[in-house]
Design a protein around this ligand. Structure first.
Ligand code: COA
Length: 174
C-alpha cells in the first residue's frame, strides 16, 4: 500500500487530506486503525488487488456508517495513478455500494466529491448516484477549503441500480 500511495501522491494530494505530508507511518497507522475500526463496525476498509497479482496493491475502497440511527453510510476510494482509466474505481465503487445495501443494510449511501474532481464525478454518475447538491468548504486539504458535491443512492433505488450495474458488467453475480 505504501508503494502504491507513494507512486500516486501528486494526484492524491489534490483531493485527500491524509496525503499531504504523507510518510510510511501514515500507512502503518491506517492499517492498525483499520483493523480495530473493522472489529468495532466503525469502518470497513478494503484493499483492492487484481486476481492474478494478489500482492500488488491497486488502491483502497472504504464503506463506513455516518449515522447509525438513520442507517446512512459513506463510500471513499483511491486508485494508484498508473492504473487509472481502466474502470477499477467504478467497479470498486459499485461493489462497495452493494456491500452497503446488502451486507450493512444501509438506507442511504452517500459520496462526497471535491469540486473539480471530474474523474470521481464520472464514477458517481456511472454507478447511478443522484446529485444532491454542493456542500461549501466541506474539507480542508492543506491550506485550501474545498467545496464538495454530495451524491446519494437510496435503499429503494438499489435494485434498479444493481440491475443496470450487472448489465454494464460492473457487478459480478455472486
Ligand atoms: C478518481 C479515481 C478514483 C478514478 O479511478 P479510476 O480507476 O481511474 O476510475 P475509472 O477507470 O473507473 O474511471 C472513472 C472515470 O474517470 C475517467 N478517467 C480515469 N482516468 C482518467 C485519465 N487518466 N484521463 C482522463 N479520464 C480519466 C474515466 O474515463 C471514467 O470516466 P467514464 O466512465 O465517463 O469513461 C482516481 O483517479 C483516484 O484515485 N484519484 C485520486 C483520489 C481521489 O480523487 N479519490 C476520490 C475522492 S472522492
Amino acid at each position: 500500500m505504501h508503494d502504491a500511495i507513494r507512486a500516486s501522491l501528486p494526484e492524491l494530494v489534490q483531493w485527500l487530506p491524509w496525503a499531504i505530508g504523507y510518510d510510511r507511518s501514515v500507512a502503518q497507522r491506517f492499517v492498525r486503525e483499520s483493523a480495530s475500526a473493522w472489529n468495532d463496525g466503525r469502518a470497513f476498509d478494503f484493499a483492492l488487488r487484481l486476481p492474478d497479482e494478489p500482492d500488488f496493491h491497486v488502491g483502497n475502497v472504504s464503506v463506513w456508517p455516518t449515522s447509525m440511527p438513520n442507517r446512512i453510510g459513506e463510500i471513499g476510494y483511491w486508485i494508484r495513478s498508473d492504473l487509472t482509466g481502466e474502470g477499477l474505481g467504478t467497479e470498486a465503487t459499485a461493489r462497495a455500494l452493494q456491500i452497503g445495501f446488502e451486507e450493512l443494510e444501509y438506507h442511504k449511501v452517500i459520496l462526497r466529491i471535491a469540486a473539480g474532481n471530474e474523474r470521481s464525478d464520472r464514477i458517481a454518475k456511472r454507478v447511478g448516484f443522484n446529485y444532491d447538491g454542493m456542500l461549501r468548504h466541506e474539507v480542508r486539504v492543506g491550506d485550501n477549503w474545498l467545496d464538495h458535491s454530495a451524491w446519494s443512492v437510496l435503499e429503494l433505488e438499489w435494485p434498479g441500480i444493481k440491475r443496470q450495474l450487472r448489465a454494464d458488467g460492473l457487478l459480478r453475480r455472486r
